[in-house]
Design a protein around this ligand. Structure first.
Ligand code: BG6
Length: 485
């Protein structure tokens, strides 16, 4: 396989993802001098536009979406001069021929970034192949949703595989492009102190929370997906697999992904017999976010819906390392705050020498903050200063590493910067392999089938709260409280 490509094709180039994420990411890379000098970027979509029109739109998107103070006319001009545009109607093969013409000889290396509705993957792939664009120097990036269940995901994977072998297929999970997510590997495998404790003997439980304050914001797709498929199937299971995987033998794509897929395959299936105790779907009703009244999900949608906008669940990984350690996952729209974190609670000390002096201890905790701030915090017990005449007093204190401060000289990047660069350079480590995606779907399909069998529908929660009260009961039954920052 050739390494760097010299053409990047963006399907859906006039869409929201391109404006908010892809173009600003390419700008960031260009501003750091990381894009190949000869890289051309061809945008394509159904909208009728020419190169000049696309360049104008791209410049407007950069001005609107780059962080304040980052836009510079010089860099924008350089990036914009790389841009070209081809109008393409997916149902018309002539458009693919036009695209092939704009690309020229694909032997110099082409990366195609496809973000489209799942039903369009096959026609696009076939169209590309029909236009001679599936040759060995072309690689393909696929943005989620990759299907809506195991079967449809397999169909997409088969359609892609018919023309693009696995080593040229780059499945995107943008969480893997986040700096703190990659930092999990550094924290676990570049430090000696955690690994001996990283198992069922020393860890009581793990919580993974991804909470968002916004609603569905007019995204039609969401109502067909729901929180389980939109967030848990991909991002949250990837986080879980990075927390739980065995140390890989190397940092290469095969070694890392081999270890992640073992975790995904060891997830204990959730069945109709236990789904009511281990999962809580929810849907937001009217409420308030930071004091501002907001509508309920059905009102936003304009009709009733049984789609969950929240899900909390308890997962188990059936292997030696994690036997008996619950992994509590929770994600939702219209939560009180934007907050994503991994919370690891260790076991309590086996015997407290302070108990006879009236002091209680609490277990150590490791909290890895992903959003809005990137942080790592270790909660330790310390003695409260004093002469202890009324007994020893202990208090939990944080050992806090604000990554933004520790690395203040570095610019905070959009997750897609890393992923686009890896795509251009041909490094698949941070992309999801077919066996991972399919293991993820298999586990999620089991939950959906159990919900259907038990007739479980989302429980209401007021916007601006942490989900239905049953989500609290889910952990409290085990004597565990959700961590709130
Ligand atoms: C997307 C989901 O994959 O991730 C969205 O479709 C969600 O519903 C988004 O809002 C969250 O991404 P981030 O990077 O803002 O946490």
């Amino acid at each position: 396989m050739i390494e760097k490509v010299s053409t990047l094709v963006l399907f859906g180039a006039t869409g929201d993802l391109a404006a908010r994420m892809l173009l600003p990411s390419l700008y960031g890379l260009d501003s750091d001098g990381l894009l190949p000098d000869d890289l051309r970027i061809i945008g394509t979509a159904r909208t009728e536009l020419d190169d000049a029109g696309f360049r104008e739109r791209a410049d407007a998107a950069l001005r609107a979406h780059l962080p304040e103070g980052f836009y510079s006319a010089g860099v924008a001009e350089r990036l914009v001069s790389r841009l070209h545009y081809v109008t393409l109607d997916i149902t018309d093969q002539a458009g693919f021929a036009k695209l092939a013409g704009a690309i020229g000889d694909p032997c110099h290396g082409v990366a195609i970034f496809l973000s489209t509705a799942p039903s369009l993957f096959k026609p696009v792939i076939d169209g590309l192949a029909g236009a001679g664009l599936a040759c060995p120097t072309v690689r393909m990036a696929l943005e989620k949703p990759l299907g809506s269940d195991l079967e449809s995901s397999r169909e997409i994977n088969d359609a892609v595989h018919a023309h693009f072998p696995e080593d040229r297929t780059f499945r995107i999970d943008h969480y893997l492009g986040k700096e703190t997510v990659q930092n999990l590997l550094a924290l676990r495998f570049a430090n000696l102190m955690f690994e001996p404790l990283w198992n069922a003997a020393h860890i009581d439980h793990v919580q993974i929370t991804v909470a968002e304050t916004f609603g569905i914001e007019g995204r039609d797709y969401y109502d067909q997906a729901g929180a389980l498929r939109d967030m848990v199937q991909n991002h949250m299971l990837q986080l879980l697999s990075l927390v739980a995987m065995e140390p890989p033998g190397d940092l290469n794509a095969t070694a890392v992904r081999d270890e992640k897929v073992k975790v995904l395959r060891a997830l204990r299936p959730i069945t109709p017999a236990d789904v009511e105790q281990t999962t809580v779907p929810g849907q937001y009703t009217r409420g308030a976010i930071e004091g501002v009244p907001v509508r309920g999900y059905g009102e936003e949608l304009g009709r009733d819906s049984a789609t969950e906008t929240f899900v909390a669940l308890k997962a188990h990984i059936d292997n030696w390392r994690w036997k008996g350690v619950p992994f509590y996952l929770r994600t939702g729209k219209r939560m009180p705050m934007r907050d994503s974190e991994i919370f690891i609670q260790f076991k309590d000390v086996p015997f407290s020498i302070f108990a006879s002096r009236g002091a209680t201890t609490s277990p150590n905790k490791l909290i890895i903050g992903l959003q809005p701030e990137e942080s790592i915090e270790l909660r330790l017990m310390a003695k409260t200063p004093g002469l202890d005449r009324q007994g020893v007093r202990l208090r939990e204190i944080p050992l806090d590493i604000g990554l933004a401060n520790a690395f203040s000289e570095y610019r905070r990047r959009i997750a897609y910067e890393r992923l686009l660069l890896d795509l251009i350079e041909g490094d698949p480590t941070l992309f999801v392999r077919r066996d991972e995606v399919e293991a993820q779907w298999q586990w999620i399909d089991g939950i959906r089938a159990a919900w259907a069998e038990k007739g479980m529908t989302p429980r209401p929660y007021a916007a601006g709260t942490w989900g239905p009260s049953a989500a609290i009961a889910l952990t409290e039954r085990d004597g565990v409280t959700w961590h709130e920052s």
